[in-house]
Structures are given as structure tokens and as C-alpha cells.
Write a new protein. Structure first.
Length: 431
């Protein structure tokens, strides 16, 4: 048994009194935990984890986060407007949250509150995960005791996006938290959601989160996520989304922080004419390891997916990208496009990209492409010939390269994401 899994077993014993569910549900959780512990962490021979080693992680120990959110400097949130729901070290902070401007028809609750008020609404917690590579989803199913439920009623068009803020604060112990979220849009709803993953000190925590996204017929969800966590943090995220007929999901992920970050984005286009736009920027600096894995399944007819991902690896960082698209039998009329371009800015950095496309239907349009290269020499020469210093020229080209995926969202949100990205590029010496 490794140190990580030993510490998670101890965390279960500590946290079981605050977990969701009656005694029978808690017993089921314990069975899931023991099965995950028996399976152990995936190794390099597991294809889904081939490029991401967990050897250092399995040597570490984490304690359960205290039930009370610690105090932090509120100025950290000065640029994040209401409505916002804030968590610090995995725990809800009522003092920092403000849902007063939430539009009518939008319900936002914490997992712990729903357990007390309406436990039958937590049926989604019963989902099982059986494959060996899903061990962190299994651990989440066993250990999750907090999260967010966002439910938007039929026909609600919300003009004000909700901000979910997750802050890691430095402490004397390395904590682990396991969040489970449900984002549910009913028929015809239109909604915006922004996730902020921020740091208040140099925390070396483990964040293991699982998100369920359900988008009903004719609903539209715009979803942005900015991961700017501590340089010592471990961030493990899995998002499972299901789109009904004529539903649309617009998403962008900015991976700008953490020592190890991995995001598995799984999207099932189950209804005819469902549409997905999922873009992202993977910014590797220092010794950061970034792993993003897409699993897009076209199941119904006339669905579409546009996927634009840009990766940058500098210093001794490593960027890993797997872009998987599957077009099922009968999914005629599918239009799927994946573009993954990467910049390798250091001889000590590494980029691994693996686009895959499996087509079992007829009459489809599908394309995927991946490149790994350096900055264009002609573009550099052009900027230098106009009097720009070499470093400034390289920074301008790197910034332009990274901004392309921001087209997944529109308006003011694009400007805010651009500022986050530019700040990270400046800190990395790329802008």
C-alpha cells in the first residue's frame, strides 16, 4: 500500500460523519474505497496514464480538510463579481460568497446543504466507475462530502454568469478535498458559468473533483475554467457532460497553474443537432506537468464538435494531450474537427500529443491534426527587422498563439479570460 492511499483511508474514517448518505450509503462508499485501494494507482502500462507518472504522488500523505473554511484576504476576490459561491480549502465560505444577484429560476446549493434539505436530489452520487484508469473517480465516489448543485429551470435565460471560486490556502498540513458537482440546465435554458481556481499562499494540496454536466433540449451552457492554482498543488478533474437534442455546450479551459494537473473531459452528444465547442490553453512552465484528455462521443445525427487546443512547454515542463473523437454507427451528418498545435520553447521541455479518430458511421465530416514545433523563424525575423528585441518578439508570437482558443466564448468574458492568460504569460516571461 502506498502513502497516498493509506492517508485517504484515514481521511475516510475522519470524514465519514460529514459524508452524504445514510448508514447504508456510507457502507457502500466504504466498499468503493476498498475496491479503489485494492486496484491502486494506474501505472505507465495503463494506456490512459502512459505519459503521466503518479510515483511521486503515491509517496505523499494528505489529511482531510477541516470542516471550517479558513480566513483569507478578501481582496483576492476583488475582481470576481456576484453572484459567486466561494470555497476555501474545499469548504464553503459563506462570508465570501454572495448569491444575492442570482437570476430567478437559477438554483445554487452546496452538496452539504442539499444533503440536509433534499437528499433524494443526490441520486447522481450513486454512479459507479469500474475501469482501472478511473481510480480517482472511484476515490471521489467514496470520499466526496462537498460540492455544488447548479440547476437552471426550463426556459430561463440568465444574463449574469455564476462564478464558482475555489481557493487553496497554505496551512501547516497538506490537505485533500474531493468535490462532486452537478450542473443541470433544463429545456431551453441559457446560462453562463465561470470557475476560478486560485491560490492564497503556496499550498501543496490534492484537489480531486468530478463534475456532471447535463444540458437538456435547446439549452445553451457557456462554461469557462481558469486553473491558476499553487505551483505545488495537485489538481485532478474529470468532467462528464451529456447533451440532448439541439443543446449547445461552449467551453474553454485555461491550465495555468499547479505542479500536476490532469483534466479528463468526456462529452456525449446524445441528441440530434447537439453542438460542442471546447477549446483550451495548456501553459507549461517550470517543472509543471499538464495532462488533458478529451473523449468526445458523437451518438446522434447531425452533431458537431469544434476543438481548438494550444499547448506551450518551456523550461522543464511537460504537456500531454490526448484528443479522442468517436463517431458511433448511425451518427450520420456528424461534423467534428480537432486542432492541437504546440510550441516547444526549451530543449528540456516535452510535449506528447495523441489525436485519435474512430468513425463507425457514413456521411460524416471529420478532421484532426496535431503539431509540435518552435516559433516561426520568418515571423521572428519580420518582428526583429521592425526593431523589436528578440525576447519581446518571441513573447508577442507566443501570446498570439495562445489567444486563439479564446474564441470559444464571447463578449466581456473573453476579455476577462484574456487578462488571466496575459497575466500568466507575463509571469512566465512570455509576454
Amino acid at each position: 500500500m502506498n502513502a497516498l492511499l493509506d492517508s485517504l483511508r484515514e481521511s475516510f474514517a475522519t470524514a465519514r460523519t460529514s459524508m452524504c448518505g445514510d448508514s447504508t450509503k456510507i457502507a457502500e462508499r466504504e466498499e468503493i474505497l476498498e475496491a479503489a485501494l485494492k486496484t491502486g494507482l494506474p501505472a505507465a502500462r495503463n494506456e490512459a496514464w502512459k505519459y503521466t507518472s503518479l510515483r511521486q504522488l503515491e509517496r505523499r500523505s494528505f489529511t482531510a480538510a477541516p470542516l471550517q473554511a479558513p480566513d483569507i484576504d478578501a481582496t483576492l476576490l476583488a475582481d470576481i463579481p456576484s453572484p459567486r459561491l466561494v470555497f476555501v480549502n474545499g469548504r464553503h465560505s459563506a462570508a465570501l460568497s454572495d448569491l444575492s444577484s442570482l437570476d430567478a429560476g437559477v438554483q445554487v446549493r452546496t452538496l452539504s446543504a442539499v444533503q440536509a434539505e433534499e437528499p433524494e436530489a443526490l441520486r447522481f452520487l450513486g454512479r459507479r466507475f469500474e475501469r482501472a484508469e478511473e481510480v480517482f473517480a472511484q476515490l471521489n465516489a467514496a470520499l466526496a462530502d462537498e460540492g455544488v448543485l447548479v440547476q437552471v429551470a426550463d426556459g430561463i435565460v440568465s444574463e449574469t454568469p455564476l462564478h464558482l471560486v475555489f481557493v487553496s490556502a497554505a496551512d501547516s498540513s497538506d490537505h485533500a478535498w474531493h468535490h462532486r458537482h452537478l450542473i443541470e440546465l433544463r429545456r431551453g435554458a441559457v446560462f453562463g458559468l465561470v470557475e476560478h481556481h486560485l491560490q492564497a499562499g503556496d499550498s501543496a494540496h490534492l484537489d480531486n473533483t468530478l463534475v456532471h454536466v447535463h444540458i437538456a433540449q435547446d439549452a445553451v451552457l457557456s462554461h469557462a475554467r481558469v486553473q491558476a492554482d499553487s505551483a505545488r498543488a495537485t489538481s485532478l478533474l474529470r468532467t462528464d457532460a451529456v447533451l440532448a437534442r439541439d443543446a449547445e455546450y461552449r467551453r474553454i479551459d485555461l491550465e495555468l497553474g499547479a505542479a500536476l494537473s490532469r483534466h479528463e473531459l468526456n462529452v456525449r452528444l446524445e441528441g440530434d443537432n447537439a453542438k460542442l465547442t471546447a477549446n483550451g490553453v495548456l501553459l507549461g512552465t517550470g517543472r509543471r506537468h499538464i495532462d488533458t484528455r478529451l473523449g468526445i462521443e458523437h451518438i446522434a445525427k447531425d452533431t458537431s464538435a469544434e476543438l481548438v487546443w494550444r499547448g506551450v512547454a518551456a523550461n522543464r515542463s511537460r504537456v500531454v494531450f490526448h484528443g479522442g473523437i468517436g463517431i458511433r454507427e448511425g451518427a450520420d451528418g456528424t461534423d467534428a474537427n480537432l486542432s492541437n498545435k504546440n510550441l516547444l520553447l526549451s530543449a528540456d521541455a516535452e510535449i506528447d500529443t495523441q489525436p485519435t479518430l474512430v468513425i463507425d458511421a457514413e456521411e460524416v465530416k471529420a478532421a484532426h491534426g496535431a503539431t509540435v514545433g518552435q516559433l516561426d523563424a520568418n515571423a521572428l525575423f519580420y518582428l526583429r527587422s521592425r526593431g523589436l528585441p528578440a525576447e519581446q518578439a518571441r513573447a508577442m508570437l507566443s501570446a498570439a498563439f495562445c489567444h486563439e482558443p479564446l474564441s470559444a466564448v464571447e463578449g466581456v468574458l473573453t476579455e476577462k479570460l484574456a487578462r488571466h492568460l496575459d497575466q500568466a504569460l507575463q509571469q512566465a516571461g512570455m509576454a
